[in-house]
Design a protein around this ligand. Sequence first.
Ligand SMILES: *Cc1c(COP(=O)(O)O)cnc(C)c1O
Length: 406
Amino acid sequence: MDIAVNTSGSRYHVDKNGYYGRFGGAYIPEMLYPNVEELRQNYMQILSDTGFQQQFAHLLSDYVGRPSPLYLAQRLSEKYQANIYLKREDLNHTGAHKINNTIGQILLAQRLGKKRIIAETGAGQHGVATATVCALMGMECVVYMGSVDIERQAPNVARMKMLGATVMPATSGSRTLKDATNEAIRDWINNPVDTHYIIGSVVGPHPYPDMVARFQSVISEEIMRQLLEKTGRAYPDYVMACVGGGSNAAGAFFHFLDHEKVQLIPVEAAGKGVNSGFSAATSQLGRPGVIHASKTLLMQTEDGQIVEPHSISAGLDYPGVGPLHAHLFETGRARFLHATDDEALAAAFELTRLEGIIPALESSHALARLGDLALQPDDVVVVCLSGRGDKDMATYIRHLEQFTKS
Ligand SMILES: *Cc1c(COP(=O)(O)O)cnc(C)c1O
């Protein structure tokens, strides 16, 4: 398996100090140092271990259902006049790519001798993926969630509870994701010996961004193999993925980062419009700052207060972006695009009617930019379909009449 591939010397992967260019690092309080340092010292050795890799591969295949298909979307390809493949992360157990990372991290926690798992969640998708692997392994699970989100996301709260997790409300600040993260960090400081903190995206202090990217890199590893089988070439012309924190994009890009002929297209959520004041297009609006112990691009006011992001999709509603993506933006290695709420909705209905696949609203942001690439008929485009749309049905139902002609 390639999760432990040696990336030293790469311009785009993490360096030995935990940085991507000038982004990344571990800006942690002193009291968190032992926990993060234990991870940093051990993660590559654990990921390199053959036994670990076998267990990870086994669970990905028999529990998650991997490899996820690489599907040539015929009618979508006809519409955009290119060869468009969908990487079907929507078909994974629990409905999205997040399970790849939680499987990897729970196996790692076991190797470190941890007995208890904590996590933060916004909309509840990462909380459900974490509660799922904790049930699988019979481990204690505590998920911190803003009390506002607990009210808004009742079905996911019920799933987590059914899976045996304790859902702890965060009642400070705006009572959403950022406050839940603060509570989780506080818990970790108080329980350094027996607890592992499963972070849900390529964010947080080093080594999390690299570790999570490696667990998600199974996506690009499979894309290369599947594309070679189907087309005789392993490298596509374009890889597109939506970006919240950036983990599905990091996984879809990972093995292509140093192959500069592969054009990387991350798509952020522009909400009601990039300059509307209701947006989550961090690369466009952000400035360097520190969020969740990592130096990265961050939406902030003049005096450094975090600006509340907005997106129709809860998974993209994040005021920062992982340090890898900040670096890909700054170096120009990736071409960052963005899509509004309305454009994502339209793309979701389009895919559904052309291919019979109801995508997650997050993934629909990537689909929404297919028309902007000036594609040639021979071009091979891979879109990471990060999740399925079941969780978004309430939103889709509200827009059914707008997008369905009788
Ligand atoms: C959480 C989520 C995302 C956003 O997270 P990334 O770390 O940016 O991948 C995207 N799509 C789906 C379906 C999600 O659940």
